[in-house]
Design a protein around this ligand. Sequence first.
Ligand code: NI
Length: 170
Amino acid sequence: MALRKILNDNHPVLRSPAQEVKKINSGVLRLLDDMIETMRDADGVGLAANQVGVPKRLLVASAGEDEVYELINPYCENEEGEEVSIEGCLSVPGYYGEVPRSGKIVVNALNREGEKIRLEVEGLQARILQHEMDHLEGILFTDKAVRMVDPEELKSEDSKSEDSKSEENN
Ligand code: NI
């Protein structure tokens, strides 16, 4: 495994829709492994392939505890509810904003074995997956933020709710 360089938001690959993965070969599996290592190294909770310069529809995301989602060609089948919470992004370092997201989603994708999987997720996990699927469309959280949040404000919120992790970087 190897760390990959995370690109910043001025890079054109972050602003273009990523392409479908046609074949899950050793290069794709190595990329998934590297993306997980890169996400963990950066203390992030999600990473899309175009953030490391590969314009393919792949994402990794924290699924709580030590579990990780590895999704190939993911798409949302159903969305319910709306929740507004604070997000950051490894490609937009130092910025945070309040972003409305669906509270509960159903995601279809392939796993690394090429098997179809269907996930029903809500709350933070749903938010992370929506953020990462947006990356695959060339969309950043700053496009959808209803309000940008001063990092100082974030510190005071931290002390209020220690278990709130939605301000983590995706
Ligand atoms: Ni991001």
